[in-house]
Structures are given as C-alpha cells and as structure tokens.
Design a protein around this ligand. Structure first.
Ligand SMILES: Cc1cc2nc3c(=O)[nH]c(=O)nc-3n(C[C@H](O)[C@H](O)[C@H](O)COP(=O)(O)OP(=O)(O)OC[C@H]3O[C@@H](n4cnc5c(N)ncnc54)[C@H](O)[C@@H]3O)c2cc1C
Ligand code: SF4
Length: 496
C-alpha cells in the first residue's frame, strides 16, 4: 500500500459514486444510484479527507458518525474495521448511506472553498461491502434481563430503539399498524430511492437477534395503551409524525386532489405486489400533474409521476427560488441555503417558484379538478427569513391539473390513536418528554419524529438509540452501557 498523501484533496478530485443516467432510470423503479462502484475510486476519495484536528463534518452529522476514522480505514483497504466504526454510531448505515441528505458534507472543512469529501458515498460503500461479504450478522444478547419493552411503530427510530434494547438483553416486541415493517423506509420513500430488500434484510437480522414483530397491530385502538403497558415493563412510542398539512382552498373537495403521502404509499404497495390506490384518480398516467410543495416528499411525487407516465409534471413552491451561491449571512459551516436541483427534476418536469395557490377549478363540471389557479408573488421576509407579507406580481396564473398532489409537510403525529391516552402533547402535537425521553406517563417513552416532528432518517436513528439508552437505565436502575447518540446538536434540514 502506498503511503497516505497528506494533501490527498490536491491529488484527487471529488468523484461521487453517482446516479444512473436520468433517461435510463426514469423507465423503471430500480434504485437511481449507480449499482456498482470501484474500490480504487472509493479509496482515493477516502484519501481526500484531511483528518482535521477538529472534524467539522462530525459536527454536521446528527449522530456524530466517526467520519475521519472510516475515511482513513477505507483508504487503507480495511473495510471490515471501517464497518465496525460505522456500526459504532449507526445501527443502519445503509438507511443513511442511501437516503441521507448528508448535512456532514457542507460541514466538511474542504467545503469552505472546494468540493467536500464524498462522505455519504463512502458510508454506502462500507455497508454495501459489509453485506456483500457476509460481515453483517445477527448479534443476539448473551443473557436476558427478564424485562420486556413494547416499541410502537417500526420506522428507523423504532427499529434502532428495538435493536439497542434487545442487545442490552431486554425482550422487545415491535407493533406496527401497517402490513410492512420499516415505517417511511417501506411505505413512504419510493423504491427507486431505497429498495425494499434493504429493509427486509435488516428486519431479518433483528428477528434473528430475538426481536418479535407484529404487523397489522394498531396500538391505541386495539389494544389501547394502558393494556399494553400492563403487559410490558416499558413502552416506547415511535409512531412518526404523519398528520398531513392540508390546504383549505376553494375546490379542495374535487376528485383528483390527493395527499402526496397517500399517493406514494399506494405506489409503494403496488411495487410490493399489492393493490395500489382504490381511487383511480390517484395515478398519474397520461395526466397533467401538479405537485404542491418543494421538499423531499414533493420531489418523490414528481419522480413517481414520471414513472407512472404523466403527460406533464410541475412542482410548485410558494417560496422564491433560493440563490445559486451562499448569501453573506450563510457562511460555512452552516447548512447552505442555496438552490439544489433535485434528482426528480433532473429526470424531467418543471419547477415553478413564488406561486401562491388560490383555488382548484372544475371547468367541465365533472367533479374532477382541471386547473390550478395561483398568484405569482414576491415575499417580504422578517429577520428570521419567515414570510410576512406578499405582493402579487401576476394574478390568476393557470396550470393544467388533472392530478394535484399536496406535499407541503406534516403538522405532527396523528392524534386519533392516542387521543384518549391523556399523554401531554406540545402545540405541534408531538409528545412532551422529559430529558430522559419519558412522556407524561411513567414508563412510556417517545422517540423519533413522534417526539421531534418530521425530520430525517439519521435523526430518527439517533433518537431511537438515545431512547433505548434511557429506557435501559430506567429498567435496570443503573446508568446504561448503551452508547449515547445525538451528542451534537444540529438543526435538521427540512424533509417536507
Ligand atoms: C415521502 C418522504 C420522503 C422522505 N425522504 C427522506 C430522505 O430521502 N432522507 C431522509 O433522511 N428522510 C426522509 N424523509 C423523512 C424520514 O423518512 C422520517 O424522518 C423518518 O422515517 C422518521 O422515522 P420514525 O421512525 O420516527 O417514523 P416513521 O418512519 O414515520 O415510522 C412510524 C411508524 O409508526 C407506525 N404507527 C403510527 N401509529 C401507529 C399505531 N397507533 N400503532 C402501530 N403503529 C403505528 C406507522 O405506520 C409507521 O410505520 C422522508 C419523509 C417522507 C414522508
Ligand atoms: S448519516 Fe448522513 S450526516 Fe451522518 S455521515 Fe452519513 S451521510 Fe453524513
């Protein structure tokens, strides 16, 4: 092996693994990422890491992944050791290595005036190699504690919490209302962004470690929380934050207007071999599609509409288009507030900014939406960047719309299932917890989006790990040996 170059970033340019060409990938539901990568390329990318004294990238990663350590191990070809360092902070590195928006990369010191290290792709490569080589195996605990925990919800937070608690020796049962385990990893994020075999093989590992899974189990309804609490020593609520944000506008009741999440879930089900939507207006084939919302959910709707054979797709954002360069008040290492074209728009369709929707019209009186009406506006922002006032620059903009997908975010956890439980909620509807992540009821904890609001997969994993640590301490009455996770505090970027 050649000696590591101290200035590897001068020797090698940033070269990500990359994605499949847009015109090829848009024809199918296979993952958009290039399926294979070259070992030499990845080792060179690892060599670009400057191994900074204070690694700013780790401050950018919500779970404090040991980035410089695994960059160096990859450069040296020590893939198995790199995998161990990755698993030290992250139960499911493929969840993040494929879907994370990588807030670590703009925080990388190189990003100050050059291209950052391809951290996310190195993470993906390490875990790809781990699965390929059979290094990722079940690690059941050597002894059982005699305590039991029910985890409600099987998204990344619930799964991380379950795996950590099980490894501490507690008996863990996961209850999921859906027919599939994985939360938004299975029934939200499209297959072409995260293939479902990746969820299935992790669930296989967790089952082999001794965790029990119950699907079709909607807790809060049957059984209710109190009955479940009697059966288990502790309960952890990891139910996500899936209450849709709606638009209250004239014409909202028309057929052909759906929530983006319902649309994505229907396609996820169809891809899994099940029925899609019962409503035939919730499909894009030959339709003019308008997606409301400029976030991740919106982008996933755009990309799904392309694959379903839409006649046209427009993604509408009420905000102005972000600048191409960092504004002066947004310097490194802050997360850049700049325009970034999404993978979905790379595949086709248009983006329309500064459009404030005013109504949905049914011009031929058949009960279905045909046109979306909007005002083009300029916003006055307050000192926090919040929109406070608008000036209409063009009234009555019309967009052809046979299918409208509302993807403007989520307000908090769905209230109904736990409405009768009496648990204290914040104004946003998330569970109030103390600094041990316990809710207002003794022995009932909350984690993930259900606690912090809609966020990112990486935050959910960190939340799940932290909740496990607190539950373990509470069950045993002594400080937990499970590692702490969200030690760094970085505001999550929006995942809308
Ligand atoms: C369309 C979309 C795309 C996204 N893309 C990305 C991305 O690319 N990268 C990224 O980092 N983040 C992304 N996110 C955000 C990310 O998916 C979430 O932040 C993350 O999944 C939250 O994890 P969680 O475990 O807290 O909750 P969830 O993943 O929401 O899981 C909660 C689970 O609880 C179950 N549940 C709810 N109520 C009950 C009940 N009463 N009984 C039993 N089970 C119940 C639900 O069915 C669900 O399976 C995206 C979100 C959406 C909506
Ligand atoms: S989890 Fe996300 S932020 Fe952390 S190292 Fe991986 S890509 Fe970066």
């Amino acid at each position: 092996m050649t000696e590591r170059h101290p200035n590897g970033f001068l020797k090698h340019e940033r070269q990500p693994i990359g994605k499949r060409p847009p015109d090829e990938r848009v024809q199918d539901y296979q993952e958009i990422y290039a399926p294979v990568w070259q070992e030499d390329q990845l080792r060179e990318q690892g060599e670009r890491c400057m191994d900074c004294g204070v690694p700013a990238c780790m401050g950018g990663c919500p779970i404090g992944n040991l980035i410089p350590e695994w960059n160096d191990l990859v450069y040296r070809g020590l893939w198995r050791e790199a995998l161990d360092r990755l698993h030290a902070t992250n139960n499911f590195p493929e969840f993040t290595g494929y879907t994370c928006p990588a807030p670590c990369e703009p925080a990388c010191t190189l990003a100050y005036n050059a291209d950052p290290v391809t951290i996310k792709d190195i993470e993906r490569a390490i875990v790809d190699r781990g699965w390929e080589m059979g290094w990722i195996t079940p690690q059941p605990p050597t002894r059982r504690s005699g305590r039991s925990v029910a985890v409600i919800g099987s998204g990344p937070a619930g799964l991380a919490c379950a795996q950590q608690l099980n490894r501490a020796g507690h008996r863990v049962s996961v209850f999921e209302r859906n027919d599939a385990i994985g939360g938004l990893m299975s029934r939200g994020i499209p297959d072409f962004k995260f293939a479902k075999y990746q969820v299935a093989r992790r669930v296989g590992q967790l089952e082999a470690e001794g965790i029990e899974f119950h699907t079709g189990a909607r807790i809060g309804v049957d059984p209710d929380l109190a009955r479940l609490n009697e059966r288990f020593d502790a309960v952890c609520l990891a139910i996500g934050a899936l209450e849709h944000r709606n638009v209250e506008l004239p014409g909202r009741e028309l057929a052909g207007i759906h929530f983006g999440m319902d649309y994505l879930t229907a396609e996820n089900r169809r891809q899994a071999g099940g029925r899609g939507s019962d409503d035939d207006t919730n499909h894009a084939r030959d339709r003019h599609v308008v997606v409301l919302g400029g976030g991740d959910t919106g982008a996933d709707c755009v990309a799904t509409a392309h694959r379903q054979g839409a006649a046209s797709v427009v993604q509408v954002s009420v905000r102005a288009r972000a600048p191409g360069e960092r504004p002066a008040d947004n310097p490194w290492p802050l997360q850049p507030k700049t325009y970034k074209r999404t993978y979905a728009i790379d595949e086709g369709g248009e983006e329309a900014f500064s459009l404030d929707v005013t109504a949905f019209l049914d011009e031929d009186n058949d009960g279905r939406v045909d046109v979306l009406l909007a005002d083009r506006v300029e916003w006055t922002l307050d000192e926090h960047g919040r929109r406070v006032d608008r000036t209409v620059t063009e009234a009555g903009v019309r967009l052809a719309a046979d299918l409208v997908l509302i993807a403007i975010g989520f307000t908090g956890p769905e209230a109904n299932d736990f409405a009768a439980s009496g648990l204290a909620l914040t104004r946003q509807g998330t569970f109030v917890t103390d600094d041990t992540m316990m809710t207002s009821r003794e022995g009932i904890f909350a984690t993930g989006d259900a606690r912090r609001g809609q966020s990112l997969v990486v935050w959910a994993i960190g939340e799940g790990r932290d909740a496990a640590r607190h539950i373990d301490s509470w069950l045993t009455g002594r400080p937990s040996r499970l590692p702490a996770s969200l030690q760094t505090h970085n505001p999550p970027t929006e995942a809308g």
